[in-house]
Ligand binder design. Structure first.
Ligand SMILES: NC(=O)c1ccc[n+]([C@@H]2O[C@H](COP(=O)([O-])OP(=O)(O)OC[C@H]3O[C@@H](n4cnc5c(N)ncnc54)[C@H](OP(=O)(O)O)[C@@H]3O)[C@@H](O)[C@H]2O)c1
Length: 173
């Protein structure tokens, strides 16, 4: 399968790349392809003709999203819209990553797909808007909500891998 991997410098992409196996992965970093540029996103999809587009790009510094709401929406909502349009045009499956922040977090049980989202911060609202863009624009798509990533690579928004962060906070790092 030919896969177009978006946000290729990031934590999740770095580990996904190691699993590419027999698949042909065309990896694009933020520098190489900014998801907020709709024309460039569409041109790249036309050029690569992927069967799958995996979007790991996000602006997910939760506190900063409160003061930079425009940027949060540009990347997490409109950027995702651009990818959904591009995926639709080339009939590629779109795999998009979202977050548990689409929920307010008051439940005392695990959330399910049937629970109604109710984000309580700008990051969560922008990510939910991204989800809606995917669902509204392109049915051949998957939205994966995760609450944490625990790979080898570090996360730009959180400063290092989860394990390293926990070790340093407990004085063991
Ligand atoms: N990390 C977690 O624990 C966690 C938890 C829940 C959900 N998620 C979700 O999982 C996904 C992957 O997270 P991650 O930890 O791998 O994030 P990450 O390490 O911050 O990687 C995100 C990548 O997206 C790139 N990017 C940012 N803006 C972009 C743009 N406009 N165009 C193209 N690329 C852009 C970043 O490049 P630059 O750094 O060069 O800007 C970075 O390489 C995200 O959707 C995130 O919301 C993550």
């Amino acid at each position: 399968m030919r896969v177009l991997l978006i946000g290729a410098n990031g934590q999740l992409s770095s580990d996904l790349l190691k699993l590419s196996g027999a698949h042909e992965v065309v990896a694009r970093t933020h520098q190489e392809l900014d998801v907020t540029h709709v024309r460039k996103v569409q041109e790249e999809a036309r050029r690569v003709q992927p069967e799958v587009i995996i979007n790991t790009a996000a602006f997910h510094k939760v506190d900063l999203c409160e003061t930079e709401v425009g940027r949060a929406f540009e990347v997490n909502a409109y950027g995702v819209r651009n990818l959904a349009l591009a995926a639709r045009e080339v009939a590629a499956t779109l795999v998009h990553f979202s977050t548990d922040y689409v929920f307010e977090g008051n439940a005392n049980r695990p959330y399910t797909e049937e629970d109604i989202p109710n984000p309580i911060n700008a990051y969560g609202v922008s990510k939910l808007a991204g989800e809606k863009m995917v669902r509204y624009l392109w049915t051949k798509s998957f939205v994966i909500r995760t609450c944490g990533l625990y790979g080898h690579a570090g996360c730009s928004g959180k400063g290092g891998s989860f394990v390293e962060m926990m070790l340093s906070q407990t004085g063991c790092g």
